[in-house]
Design a protein around this ligand. Sequence first.
Ligand code: ADP
Ligand code: MG
Ligand code: MG
Length: 911
Amino acid sequence: MAAQETVDHKYVYDFSEGNKDLKELLGGKGANLAEMTNLGLPVPPGFTITTEACQAYLATGREPDGLAGQIEAHLESLERAMGKRLGDPQDPLLVSVRSGAKFSMPGMMETVLNVGLNDQSVEGLARQASGSAGQAASGGADRFAWDSYRRLIQMFGKTVCEVPGEEFEHALDEIKSARGTDNDLDLDADDLRGLVDAYKKIFLKHTGREFPQQPREQLDLAIRAVFESWNAERAVLYRRQERIPADLGTAVNVVTMVFGNLGPDSGTGVAFTRDPASGAQGIYGDYLANAQGEDVVAGIRNTVPLQELEQLDKSSYDELLGIMARLEEHYRDLCDIEFTIERGKLWMLQTRVGKRTAAAAFVIAGQLVDEGLIDLDEALHRVNGAQLAQLMFPRFQLDHEFAPVATGIGASPGAASGTVVFTSARAVELAAEGRSVILVRRETNPDDLNGMIAAKGILTSRGGKTSHAAVVARGMGKTCVSGADAIEVNVPAKRFTVAGQTVDEGDVVSIDGTTGKVYLGEVPVMPSEVVQYFEGSLDPEHIDNPLVRAVHRIMTHADGKRRLAVRTNADTGADAARARRFGAEGIGLCRTEHMFLGDRRELVERLILARAPGEREAALAALLPLQRADFEEIFREMDGLPVTVRLIDPPLHEFLPPLEQLAVNVAVAQERGEDVAKEEALLAAVRRMHEENPMLGLRGVRLGLVIPGLFAMQVRAIAEAAVSCTRGGGAAKPEIMVPLVGAVQELETVRAEAEKIIAEVVGDSGVEVLIGTMIEVPRAALTAGQIAEAAEFFSFGTNDLTQMGWGFSRDDVEGAFFWRYLELGIFGISPFESIDRDGVGRLIRIAAEEGRAARPGLKLGICGEHGGDPDSVHFFHEVGLDYVSCSPFRVPVARLEAGRAVVESGGSDSR
Ligand code: ADP
Ligand code: MG
Ligand code: MG
């Protein structure tokens, strides 16, 4: 029964049997060739061998049962339709064998053209070409046939039999230089006949066999080679980089050849239906007369702009424009296409929804709405937060003066210029002088961490998107270009060379972490128009910048759709004001640590060192008005929007000088016979408070329970600030958040004290103060039902929850081994960048469900950078949180993604 099924399993689809929604099975190319066929567009007939056949082949090392027969049957019907037989010596049918996976993997896999040519059929092809051309000189037809044959041997040799491609190129160059030309069109039929002989020798030398003359054997070997190209090293690397699953496999398309190399009335080209860079409407493409497809991409000859085809062949040109309009209307999106003209007859060889820049994505989505092709919900599908984030970075202002000297991988976005340094130490030194530096390394390792922190940008000549440099830079939000392999880095000599130029330490370079481009000298940076718009300095209604108009429109729609509120993490009035302009609807995390820094350090030291009765109270009393003023400023800026204030979280020794420094100071002062009583006391305190694992030590709620009066002072400052704000005619909505709670008893203790103070301060002012907790210790998530009894809100601290959920100390692990974890696929992306749905996410889900069950209406939010990560925002929407909170700059990204989350989950409220 099972065997019967395998035999009957359908592995081959005629183009007329498929459609664009079958990408998984037929690959993108095959599905779209089928779609165009069914639209009645001129597609050369052919068929597609499915990705399932490829998967079966890769799993077992042989073609699945039934495949050979199905190929035979489809080939026969193709031969009937074309009235020719594959490789027929008199009048051969020729085909191309083309890979095509579900996701496009440009240049990764292979294509073989002109399959079916051999020593006999090449003559037949020449005769047919001269016959059908009527007046065309038979010399031209011979030339065409031998040119096609040499291409077959070249592509087949390279792709199917792993003959080094350069060998064929050398042979071609040799004959061109013998003829004194650098244009392959100057080679005549005899030259090409000679080239075929040379190619066959190369083939024999490398494979130990003659070039196969059997057309069907050529076809089968080519199909198998396409299957195998799925696991070629570069394809594997590319998939890892682009996070494409490794088990999809590729389809194989067998397509009747049409010939763009039949003479000046033939040619081949590529085109976009709009400008993929800016989104502007118009005609964007390249055309090459008298050529076969691969020449366009290979850049062998100079192409002409597609517009010139209008002069060369008006009727094909008009037909092509008509087809492009038709495709746009049908796909309701920017398409890119590949086409060939054979003696004045246009053939479509490929189309797909085209890749585009971030700016073009927004502009095109806006245009398509205007044209009535899509609605605004659909426009939200067409853009994403990563693109918006890209548009918010400052960009290099590039004119003709600046050409990149190298291009690597855009590993962490942004534009950075600075002085070149080669060591971490030098980076730290120069940065301390206030200079911008770019740290240049072959690759970075954990020893470079300080230099990376000090640098404005990082440039490496090795490594991809998951290299150490890339992972750490993204974690720090620092611009990074990795794998710029044109650069030769010589660290001992403190220089690098690129494109014949030498760059020494101290010279200035500029790197673009979005495009991966590297420039010599300082390229001026221009602010992003999109940020200017968010900041309110560009009026979207009165500006004819199409990008800003599109962003405005799509953001407005996202805001109307989203259920998640978006708050910001802000510790100062200035941050709060900026975030409000970016659309923040409150503060989700106001850290109070910074309020203990600067000239307040001394008070904090007094607090920590207090021994005699009254000393601690005095220090706290001195801190109170300072904190109150901080909160007043923030409440004023947020004017009635909720503000979540987190009580002090870090271990107190963070506010004291480091141990080594104190020890040295004390020793030096003692040597000089100075009075060191105070330093000694400090040193003793630091020694006493030293922790092996400060992250897991005396911090958060534990501090509040151990140091009398500390939390009470903060609670009082918050309540008093809220009352004074309200009395002054404003409004304040404080939410007091207790960090690091793991057990409800901790929260209950803090709460009891806080409630008393609040009642006393607030009186009849009408101010309402909520008390809630962070959920950032796994135990808190697992006992959320109990904790909810004492909490009016939860805010998930996803950084700590990730650290404690995985047992990772972020600062230690990102540099030490994340690259390896990414390489091994243990996770596809750092769990600090994007929420780990299965593990940490499950803790959040449990806490949300059990918390709400215990206290209906419990307010749920998240603070931590995950709040601005696109995929994480979708997850928080699914889990039913009320808001996300992120840094001001990420607020627009979160707004957009929260809107997209609604549309993608079918427009419904997922709660
Ligand atoms: P890629 O996926 O790298 O773009 P393709 O399979 O699209 O590879 O093939 C590359 C080019 O080869 C096409 O753009 C086209 O110009 C040419 N080509 C492929 N099949 C045919 C064919 N049947 N007739 C003529 N040219 C073809
Ligand atoms: Mg193509
Ligand atoms: Mg925390």
